[in-house]
Design a protein around this ligand. Structure first.
Ligand SMILES: [Zn+2]
Length: 282
């Protein structure tokens, strides 16, 4: 069995990329498949296409405007509808070149990037309001959960009893805030929103890391909240021994365990740098 795939329900599978452990949701409807955060590397695309077999792709959804959640491949159809929240579409429109530049900066990575195709793909995105929608014979609720990035949304598919929670509730990295005090407060509010949602579904799929049931989601939500509240409560004096020293002390004081690899450490350091910036300018 291919270990890149996890089977949550007969009609819900998740593909996990080797890079960043980015998740792609694959929902099977009677008339075709829907992809959520459609993967990242050429190897991912090919594995997912092989998994789909003769099933057609009806639509793609992107939870937020970071490139690892926005990719698309001709293997899923050039003109397949692709959806995101209104905020994400605004963000993509405003930061189109910046998103492409981030991809170009990754050229040394073992990723087969087709920049021109990706650039064209962004213009195929269309937005859904934060509401309940009926598409392709099933329903989807679009829910704003900002904090990690402007416009980020979760997608709750009631018939599939599954919530895609974007870049929250990970078991392999701490929360990553957009960089401002306001984004930290927005993230805490998003956790309150997520708390309501996770009790309505059987499975929750984070952007990165392992899918979880409601009980595990509650415990990760508490971890996320503890981390963000500790970040909120930092004082400028805490940085007396420098950023890295405080980043290590922070982990000890909060008991945060999800900073076990380089990517997670860089996220954590970025959060501490953001806190230092708002404390030193306030
Ligand atoms: Zn992200």
């Amino acid at each position: 069995m291919d270990t890149h795939f996890t089977y949550l329900r007969p009609n819900v599978s998740v593909h996990q990329s080797e890079i960043f452990h980015t998740n792609t949701g694959i929902l099977k409807t009677p008339v075709g498949c829907v992809l959520v955060d459609p993967a990242f590397t050429q190897a991912d695309f090919e594995r997912i296409a092989a998994f789909l077999g003769s099933d057609s792709v009806l639509a793609g959804f992107s939870t937020h405007a970071h490139y690892d959640h926005l990719f698309w491949s001709p293997l899923f159809g050039d003109e397949t509808p692709r959806y995101c929240s209104e905020g994400t579409l605004d963000y993509v429109t405003l930061h189109h070149q910046e998103i492409l530049d981030e991809l170009i900066a990754l050229e040394d990575e073992p990723i087969n990037l087709n920049h021109r195709y990706f650039s064209d793909h962004l213009s195929y995105l269309s937005s859904l309001s934060s509401d309940l929608h009926y598409l392709y014979g099933s329903s989807v609720v679009v829910v704003d959960i900002p904090g990690h990035l402007y416009g980020q949304s979760g997608f709750l598919f009631p018939e599939f009893r599954t919530l895609f929670a974007a870049d929250t509730l990970s078991n392999i990295e701490p929360p990553s805030i957009e960089g401002s005090w306001q984004s930290l407060i927005a993230y805490l509010e998003s956790l309150a929103t997520l708390k309501e949602l996770i009790s309505q579904v059987e499975w929750i799929v984070p952007g990165h890391g392992d899918p979880m049931d409601s009980s595990e989601a509650k415990s990760r939500l508490d971890q996320d909240r503890r981390y963000l509240e500790a970040l909120r409560d930092l004082r400028i004096d805490d940085f007396g021994n420098g950023l890295e020293a405080q980043a290590k002390i922070f982990l000890l004081q909060t008991g945060e365990t999800r900073v076990a690899n380089k990517d997670a450490w860089l996220i954590h350091l970025g959060n501490l740098q953001a806190a230092y910036n708002w404390l030193s300018t306030s």
